[in-house]
Write a protein that binds this ligand. Structure first.
Ligand code: ARG
Ligand code: ZN
Length: 863
């Protein structure tokens, strides 16, 4: 016997190449739920049919024990192998019945059937269904469901599941039942049920073929007045998917339920979407403009999944981006159509750069179609979702709108009712769009963000300009050598003298390591506008001077490129300052002044363009980050912009964008955005009159956008005003959980030097709990993105997050695992911080009974 301490077995690695078709299919299932928060009984009758091989039937479980197993009505032989129920079967087709008991109220993982605010609800993607009943829990088993729900009528008057309700009735003992049939075969991850005391906002939608669909958004009675925006978004999304993709809804009912405890945003269960309540509930008093936009985007996203996810699902979880990348692209385009397309693109690129580029540059980098995982929940990432969406966007750009539509029509027609692969999607793009995407497939297999070096030369008198392009793709874990990928770059040239565009925009597809592109008829010195619209998700390095960037920030006719020129101008100054070089702020101040003064620009665009890059993004440009130096450089430039433009001018800009009365239209939203950016500059030096102005805005605001903007800015200041507005906000919203989350986040993001202590104290606040994922993310998740606090030089921020993570892992491994990546970036920081971060990863790995979710992320982060 060895006396080495017992360490748990390393989790099993699942590999894409190991995919095999299922041995048994399940054409139909009948589920019978006797619902009770303490003890729910689930009876399942599976019709099974042999598909391949000669093995026994294997049903996945989630730790529960079978109370009974019957085959064709008789007691049968079975055994457990780990969590799997294994049943030897003699024939080709059988009826298999199992019975289990589960306890929803003790389910803190929020996967499977759980209790939330008096409701019972489910979350099954990716592998939660096995925690409800023994089942072949893989996405390529498509099953027709009949579901009977029985529960106490008073406690759970509403009983919902997928599909159509076919019957309901009372029982003699005060219980009642409802039966739901879903005519569309679906994998277990799309199963859902909800039981509770819910009120409904009802509406209807008439589809393109004239069918009337009954819509319902189900929430607690008191929340009904906050469901209007989500309902309007749902109807807009239904109409948009018909118009843009020709996709019609297919059931007679579409229900959405909002729940307070939810691991992520929302879930596309067939005909019964379940949402984190933060993506449903909104009114001007409690929700910001960003909340309203996020609600519309997520409602549309889940609705669009009905085709890109439910009608055509994934063969295995390595194909996750098939549904998620495509559906994110669809929701991005929907939101672009509903508001300002330019501003939406800027926001989406900002998200990609904040979340996906760092992921792709770190220890957790993985391809859009991963090759292996220990825990699939760790692969619901910015790479699979947001980079995946960029891949679809690149294909759409190369095809153009008509051919892209023909290709998606082919994809839906060919794969409807099946479980498909990313390869199937690319083939449909090729055949439906008439294009060769052989090399483009590399985007699905290679991780990392490509870098493009671009330089433009012009020989005066020749009329020729030559653009030299070279791409590189850095090594990522397990992928030392890379091949060039096709990069669609939208390019244009501008005349420095004339200010005019010198040529039509060209789509240059760089599919080699290097290329030269020649432009003819260029009579004056040209300036380069490249990756317009952010047509490829790459980092472009150019040799453009501050003067050239300033010129483009005033003259480029592509809004994204114009924004980008300004950001690059700022970034170059900031990086120079941090590295001890020439960080002269004058060109930035001049460009900001010109942008503010341009009357042709949309205020929303101006607001985006003049915002300084985040400290995290500045850090991403550096070989080794010293957060203090980054903070100093950014504060310095902010102060220089405040002084250079002048307090008076900023105050005038603030006043000019003030409205007397709240409206939700895009113009009013843009004005609020610009006004609050101006307020941010005014508060750069905490001048007493600026603090007073923010306090007034806080006090007299008629909407949450303005109130929260003031609160967030004041949270970084010192003094009685800050304390008073924070106390006021807390008392005003103490019983609205979603608004109280904002109160926690505003303080977690504070730039005050003592932010770590403030956040530690907030973790002891009576309203703080790790049991609610929104609350945990509002404080801990937000703090981990605060470059000043989290990276405090003494390591106290790291220790705080690591300890919270370990505590959270006992309750909810999925949510805990999402706190690992900020620590995993240790290689990017100066040696002192890197050592402190590593030590916390080791501390996490040493914790007893670690989940495989956290184990995978922490061990890979150290590796
Ligand atoms: N499919 C859902 C959505 O994107 C998200 C499910 C997330 N699941 C998970 N295990 N993280 O709409
Ligand atoms: Zn999705």
């Amino acid at each position: 016997m060895s006396d080495a301490p017992l360490s748990p077995p390393a989790p099993i690695v699942v590999r894409r190449e190991d995919y095999r078709p299922p041995e048994w299919l399940v054409p139909e299932v009948a589920l019978d739920f006797d619902l009770d928060p303490a003890l729910t009984r689930v009876k399942a009758v599976l019709a099974v049919r042999r598909n391949a091989g000669d093995g026994p039937l294997r049903l996945d479980g989630g730790g529960q024990q079978p109370l009974a197993v019957r085959v064709d009505g008789a007691k049968a032989e079975w055994r457990m192998e780990g969590d799997q129920l294994v049943i030897p079967l003699a024939g080709e087709a059988h009826s298999v019945e199992t019975e289990v008991e589960i306890a929803p109220e003790t389910n803190t993982q929020l996967m499977g059937l759980y209790a939330s605010g008096g409701l019972l609800c489910t979350q099954c993607e990716a592998e939660g269904f096995r925690r409800i009943t023994f089942f072949p829990d893989r996405p390529d088993i498509l099953v027709r469901y009949q579901v009977k729900l029985t529960a106490d009528q008073r406690q759970f008057p509403v009983l919902l599941s997928n599909g159509d309700r076919v019957g309901a009735g009372m029982m003699p003992d005060g219980r009642h039942w409802a039966e739901w049939h879903d005519p569309f075969p679906k994998p277990g991850y799309l199963f859902a049920l909800v039981a509770g005391d819910l009120a409904v906002n009802r509406d209807s939608f008439t589809t393109m073929s004239g069918r009337v669909v009954e819509l319902g958004i189900w929430v607690a009675e008191a929340d009904l007045p906050r469901t209007g925006h989500a309902m309007a978004a749902l109807k807009a999304a239904m109409a948009w998917d018909e118009r843009v993709y020709g996709r019609e809804y297919d059931l007679d009912v579409f229900n959405i339920v909002a729940v307070a405890d939810f691991n992520f945003g929302a879930m596309e269960n067939k005909g019964l979407n379940i949402f984190n309540s933060r993506y449903i509930l909104a009114d001007p008093e409690t929700a910001t403009d960003a909340d309203f936009d996020a609600i519309a985007g997520v409602v549309a996203h889940e609705y669009f999944h009905n085709w890109s996810g439910d009608r055509v699902t994934c063969r295995d979880w390595f194909q996750l981006s098939l549904k998620e990348g495509f559906t994110v692209y669809r929701d991005q385009e929907f939101s672009a159509d509903m508001g300002s397309a330019a501003v939406k693109r800027i926001e989406d690129v900002r998200v990609l750069r904040a979340a996906q580029f760092p992921e792709d540059a770190g220890p957790l980098a993985h391809p859009v179609r991963p090759e292996s995982y220990m825990e699939i929940a760790n692969f619901y990432t910015a790479t699979v979702y947001n980079k995946g969406a960029e891949l679809i966007r690149m294909m759409a750009t190369m095809l153009g709108p008509e051919r892209f539509r023909a290709a998606t029509d082919l994809y839906f027609a060919r794969h409807d009712g099946t479980a498909a692969t990313c390869e199937d999607f690319v083939v449909a793009m090729e055949e439906g769009g008439g294009i060769d995407l052989s090399r483009f497939r590399l985007w699905y297999t290679q991780a990392g963000t490509p870098r493009v070096a671009a330089s433009l030369t012009h020989a005066p008198g020749s009329g020729k300009a030559v653009l030299r392009l070279a791409q590189t793709l850095p090594p990522t874990p397990g992928q030392p050598d890379k091949q060039p990928q096709p990069l669609p770059l939208r390019v244009a040239l501008f005349g420095e003298a004339s200010g005019a565009r010198l040529c039509d925009e060209r789509l240059v597809v760089l599919d080699e390591a290097q290329a030269e592109v020649v432009f003819d008829g260029i009579g004056e010195r040209p300036l380069l506008s490249i990756n317009r619209g952010f047509s490829a998700p790459v980092i472009v390095d150019t040799d453009r001077s501050a003067a050239e960037l300033a010129f483009l920030s005033a003259h480029d006719d592509d809004p994204f490129a114009r924004y980008e020129a300004m950001q690059q101008l700022m970034l170059d100054r900031l990086v120079a300052t941090v590295s001890g070089g020439d960080g002269d702020p004058a060109p930035v101040v001049a460009a900001v002044r010109a942008t503010i003064a341009d009357p042709t620009l949309d205020p929303a665009f101006v607001g985006e363009a003049i915002v300084l890059p985040s400290e995290a993004f500045i850090g991403d440009q550096l070989a080794s980050v010293d957060p203090d130096a980054v903070a100093r450089a950014r504060d310095g430039l902010r102060q220089a912009i405040l002084d250079g433009i002048g307090h008076g001018a900023w105050r005038a800009l603030w006043a000019a964008n003030r409205d007397n009365r709240y409206e939700l239209d895009p113009r009013a939203k843009g004005r609020r955005r610009l006004k609050n950016v101006a307020l941010g500059y005014l508060l750069a030096d905490e001048a007493p009159d600026a603090v007073a102005l923010a306090a007034d805005q806080y006090r007299y605001a008629d909407n949450m956008t303005d109130r929260l903007a003031a609160l967030q800015l004041l949270a970084s200041t010192r003094g009685a005003t800050r304390d008073a507005v924070l106390a006021d906000f807390h008392d005003r919203w103490a019983d609205n959980g979603l608004v109280l989350d904002k109160w926690f986040t505003a303080q977690a993001l504070s730039t005050r030097a003592d932010v770590v202590e403030l956040v530690e104290a907030l973790a002891r606040h009576p309203a703080f709990t790790l049991a609610n994922p929104n609350r945990a993310r509002a404080l801990i998740g937000a703090f981990a993105t605060n470059q000043r606090g989290f990276h405090a030089a003494d390591g106290r921020g790291y220790r705080f997050v690591a300890d919270m993570l370990i505590a959270l892992d006992r309750l909810n491994p999925q949510t805990a695992a999402r706190l690992v990546p900020p620590l995993g970036r240790w290689r990017r920081f100066e040696p002192g911080r890197a050592a402190l971060m590593k030590a916390q990863l080791e501390h996490i790995l040493a914790a007893p009974r670690l989940s495989k979710d956290v184990y995978e992320q922490a061990s890979k982060s150290l590796g």
